[in-house]
Design a protein around this ligand. Structure first.
Ligand code: F6P
Length: 506
């Protein structure tokens, strides 16, 4: 049934952005929406402007038909009910329950885990572990990118504890953290859903050795484990009282809301962490209860599908016009590419078209002076998301923020309008799409809603493509081969063998 809708979509005329704005005076009302998070307990608003994309009435109607054909409502209900939505691993995907939106049982368990986490965070802040000035958080992928982003976004005005997120196995990363920390006032958070990831476990061992070498008597006494495998953390040596568990049904790249968010709560304090969860919950409720185009993550997914499947775009770019959100493109890269970079549908059959585009991006205005040439005049059509905040993050001359925002809005306008010139090298084709996400301010609540929006957008895309966004078997083969190399005795291709010999590993 979805095949027929895709065929219809492929056959629809594709007006230009200029034609769409000329034809429909109500375009802005239809495609630019101010999302109010809630009441005074969860303040803030975000404007989602998709009017500079090529979505028109005919495409919107057909994409709404596609959502019906792919049982979007059913798959969404299954997600929130805690049903098995990740069939290849036989798991639910219950990140929304961490925010209080999900099945009664899962929400109750999440609240129990959060209460324990809040108690530990507050006890450490009160001095239960002695003086703690620094926290080295070791984790990788979903166990690192979220905390790093959230702390960078929200704790710039001063953190209660200085957090150093270390992910890479390259010892240079850990050495850089050591250089900033005093072992006597440093604690360690070991963040790993599985508690087996080689980078994280090796880094954790090295932090313990560093503490020992610097005279810390009981390094294990300064460790907190954040994991869905508490038994493995106990086996490794962490005291049960300092293990913060989370449910197996929370996926790694969706785990910032669980105890993986511990360093965020340590940096910001529990009330701000709770506000961050509430902001995400506001977006969850919107996503769960709104249908068709009015559903903001689904609307974004309609545009995403338009560009990847109907216009052949192989990448999508995200530019944060806000220094505090500089790590957002990295975070979204994992969220989108690990979730939706797939070749088979949920039923195991091959997909009918491209899946996730390559997500890339950077920070504005820096990127304007580096990569925007290609966006404006290159032969690749790249849909761009601009993300900015009305309230500045700095206290300097207001000119800084005014120029920042003017540049952000100018780029979207320029991409769309283009500019004719008799000199072909100086001509801009225009008709290049962008979307703008404008936060009133970067607060824990709006930031939570922004991240939840992207999680749901990723899920909505997966439903429209009929794929499972919650497994990631693609990362396993490389890990297996790395283990074989470590172990020795396996022969590889001539190129790999030569590299191993040159590096003295073979
Ligand atoms: O290798 C990919 C991955 O499994 C990610 O999905 C995950 O976020 C990351 O590794 C870290 O895994 P863990 O939290 O189990 O250490």
């Amino acid at each position: 049934m979805s095949e027929a809708v895709w065929n219809k979509l492929k056959g629809l005329p594709k007006p230009t952005l200029a034609e769409l704005f000329d034809a429909d005076g109500g375009r802005l009302d239809l495609l630019a929406t101010r999302f109010e998070l809630g009441d005074e307990t969860c303040p803030g608003a975000i404007r989602f402007d998709w009017s500079k994309t090529h979505l028109d009435a005919a495409h919107i109607a057909a994409f709404e038909e596609l959502a019906e054909a792919t049982d979007f409502a059913g798959r969404r209900a299954a997600l929130f009910a805690g049903e098995i939505v990740n069939p290849t691993e036989g798991r639910a995907a219950e990140h929304t329950a961490q925010r209080g939106v999900g099945s009664e049982e899962s929400v109750a368990l999440a609240f129990e885990n959060h209460a324990r986490m809040a108690a530990i965070v507050e006890a450490i802040h009160r001095g239960a572990m002695g003086e703690v000035k620094h926290l080295i958080h070791v984790g990788i992928g979903g166990s690192a990118l979220g905390p790093a982003l959230a702390i960078d976004a929200l704790a710039r005005d001063g953190a209660m504890v200085e957090v150093h997120v270390v992910s890479n196995i390259d010892g240079c990363a850990l050495e850089a953290a050591f250089a900033k920390c005093d072992p006597a006032t440093t604690m360690l958070a070991v963040a790993s859903k599985t508690f087996t990831t080689i980078e994280t476990m090796t880094n954790a061992e090295s932090v313990l050795s560093w503490m020992r070498e610097h005279g810390v008597q009981d390094p294990y006494g300064r460790v907190v484990a954040l994991t869905a495998a508490p038994e493995k953390a106990i086996e490794w040596g962490v005291d049960e009282t300092r293990i913060l568990p989370f449910s197996e049904s929370v996926g790694g790249r969706y785990s910032l809301w669980s105890s993986i968010g511990f360093p965020v709560a340590m940096a910001l304090g529990w009330p701000d962490f709770a506000e961050f969860l509430d902001g995400a919950a506001a977006m969850d409720i919107h996503f769960r209860d709104t249908n068709g185009l009015a559903n903001l993550p689904l609307r974004a997914a309609f545009a995403d599908q338009y560009y990847t499947r109907l216009r052949g775009c192989q990448t999508r770019a995200v530019f944060a016009y806000d220094e505090r959100l500089a790590l957002l493109p990295d975070y979204l890269q994992q969220l989108e590419m690990e979730s939706n970079g797939k070749s088979v549908k949920v039923d195991g059959s091959p997909v009918d078209g491209p899946t996730a585009p390559i997500t890339w991006g950077g920070v504005g205005t820096d990127a304007q002076h580096a990569v925007f040439q290609l966006l404006h005049q290159g032969t690749n059509l790249v849909p761009v998301d601009f993300i900015a905040a009305i309230a500045p993050g700095d206290d300097l001359n207001p000119a800084h923020h005014r120029i920042l925002l003017s540049n952000c809005f100018a780029q979207g306008a320029a991409l769309m309008a283009g500019k004719a010139s008799e000199d072909p090298a100086r001509a801009y084709s225009g008709d290049r799409p962008s979307a703008t996400i404008l936060l009133d301010e970067v607060s824990p609540a709006t930031f939570g809603a922004l991240i939840a929006f992207h999680e749901h957008r990723t899920f909505a895309n997966a439903v429209l493509m009929e794929i499972n966004p919650f497994d990631q078997f693609g990362v396993e083969l490389g890990k297996e081969i790395a283990k074989q190399i470590e172990k020795g005795g396996t022969a590889f291709d001539p190129s790999t063998e030569a590299l191993l010999q040159l590096a003295g590993i073979a």
